[in-house]
Design a protein around this ligand. Structure first.
Ligand code: AHR
Length: 516
């Protein structure tokens, strides 16, 4: 491949990454909670039943905010079922995943788990089968200090201090027919506003995310955001986006190009949100919460199959096993999020453990890192700071991406995918410039030249790559480190120019210290 050139300047930035960009998601779904983060009786469990081996991996992964309790699950959830003495909690049929929910783990346990992990909680309220009243009651239970029935109930349950949850989601995927009590945009817009008003009257310090479309390929995408924001603009800080990248077609170049559609999706939602602002002559900017994103296409739990299986507690469902090429597609998504740091202010990798997750566990056994664990850990640990504008001069390829979910057009043309996808983050405090670089060529090495202007003296701090000769390689209980980062040799700095050679089909993280 010919030289690939990147130009950047210290003073030209896209935006500063918000801490909340690096979040993840725990849903009452399969073995995410039960057998995932929570397994009383496991040999590493603490006295609350939290698996310490999982907590250790979570700390290494470094998510910053955690969405809970769903997902589709939240649209049928009674939060009251999950608080109070554990032995008095009801078992319920969960119609989202056709499972039995024992409710042994609920809001208070989740908050305790977040505190242990050093993670900010993000709670979603049920705007499917419940309403604004249940939502405001949950805010009062969690955040009101004391002296009312609900705040005193929390204290009676053993949590004296308010949970001070700041970030709340107004329902989940309310446009999707699979959702319990899905809604039209007008119906949802109305209930979202009424819930938002009351929730903020109880605690004016909270921030709210309205549901955007559950995917860019929903037939109502665009019109949905416009109508929902037309109703809720004054009451919310965020609109949500969801994307699951797939490789149903077995077309790796298209799969690796799909993250570029995330860029388009973000730009389109920004345009709609700003159009709603323009109609009001408002300078308020609604920010984006990309609160579900990942690679996901192999595992589903269709209602028909679920019924045959009965109503198990925590069945092993949606346990996607990620391979090397999934990690590359996933890394591309991380770069898309970084390069929109000006407007995407929160993000949640869906999900955390076992269910389409970076961490896998065996119930009663060990926990290990899936391939996608690594790009996320790099993204979160090294992605804090000022994302710089970059000009990339790379050869391109053409592809067509197949995305069947609810779409009218099943194929999305990608006429010009640059082989290089890159983000550059400058952490001024640490004096570090980090380059995240994906070489999407499956066969050719990429000679990369980065002209980094305005930094003065630079020195290579570290460089690593994630790659494997077999794009189908996976990590397993027996071989948990088959796909793991390794040093990237040969990176050098020459004045303002950085040189590296990126292997075909590789995810690379190059860190450069800057003399100040
Ligand atoms: O993350 C799995 C599911 O995907 C979530 O429950 C739902 O919101 C989405 O459709």
């Amino acid at each position: 491949m010919r030289n690939v050139d990147v130009l950047l300047h210290r003073d030209f930035e896209i935006g500063v990454t918000d801490r909340r960009l690096f979040g993840a998601f725990i849903e009452h779904l399969g073995r995410c909670v039960y057998g995932g983060i929570y397994e009383p009786g496991h040999k590493t469990a603490d006295k609350q039943g939290f698996r310490r081996d999982v907590l250790e991996l979570v700390r290494e992964l470094a998510p910053t905010i955690m969405r809970y309790p769903g997902g589709n699950f939240v649209s049928g959830y009674n939060w009251e079922d999950g608080v109070g003495p554990a032995d008095g909690r009801p078992r319920r049929l969960d119609l989202a995943w056709m499972s039995t929910e024992p409710n042994s783990f609920g809001t208070n346990e989740f908050i305790d788990w977040c505190r242990q992990a050093g993670i900010e909680p993000m709670l979603a309220v049920n705007l499917g089968t419940r309403n604004a009243d249940a939502a405001r009651n949950l805010v009062e239970y969690c955040n009101h200090p004391k002296g009312t029935a609900l705040s005193d109930l929390r204290r009676k349950h053993g949590w004296e201090k308010p949970h001070a949850v700041k970030f709340w989601c107004l329902g989940n995927e309310m446009d999707g027919p699979w959702q319990m009590e899905s809604k039209t945009a007008v119906e949802y817009g109305r209930i979202a506003v009424e819930a938002a008003k009351m929730m903020k009257w109880i605690d004016p310090s909270i921030e709210l995310a309205a549901c955007g479309s559950s995917g860019r390929n929903m037939p109502t995408f665009g019109a949905w955001e416009d109508t929902v924001l037309e109703h809720s603009f004054e009451h919310v800080e965020y609109i949500s986006l969801h994307t699951y990248i797939n490789n149903y077609a077995g077309d790796t170049p298209a799969f690796l190009g799909a993250c570029d559609l995330m860029d388009s999706f973000i730009d389109e939602v920004v345009a709609i949100a700003d159009a709603v602002a323009a109609r009001r002559r408002s300078n308020k900017r609604v920010m984006l919460s990309f609160d579900e994103w990942n690679v996901w296409y192999r595992t589903r739990r269709y209602r028909k199959e679920r019924v045959k299986e009965g109503w198990p507690v925590a069945p092993p469902i949606l346990e996607e096993i990620y391979n090397m090429e999934d990690a590359l597609a996933f890394g591309g998504a991380c770069i898309s999020l970084l390069n929109h740091a000006d407007r995407v202010k929160a993000g949640c990798l869906a999900q955390l453990v076992n269910v389409i997750a970076p961490i896998m566990t065996e119930t009663g056994g060990p926990a290990w890192r899936q391939t996608i664990f690594h790009p996320f850990a790099h993204f979160s640990n090294f992605g804090r700071g000022r994302v710089l504008r970059t000009q990339v001069d790379s050869p391109t390829y053409a592809a067509k991406y197949f995305d069947p979910r609810g779409a009218q057009d099943l194929y999305y043309p990608l006429p010009s995918v640059p082989y290089l996808k890159l983000a550059a983050v400058h952490d001024d405090k640490a004096g570090m410039l980090t380059l995240f670089a994906l070489n999407r060529s499956l066969s050719e090495e990429m000679p990369l030249r980065v002209a980094a202007k305005g930094f003065g003296q630079m020195r290579v701090d570290s460089a690593l790559q994630l790659r494997h000769a077999d794009l189908q390689a996976i990590n397993t209980r027996e071989a948990p480190d088959r796909v793991a980062p390794a040093p990237l040799d040969g990176v050098r700095v020459d004045g303002e120019q950085l040189h590296a050679t990126l292997k075909p089909a590789s995810w690379n993280v190059i860190r450069v210290t800057i003399a100040r």
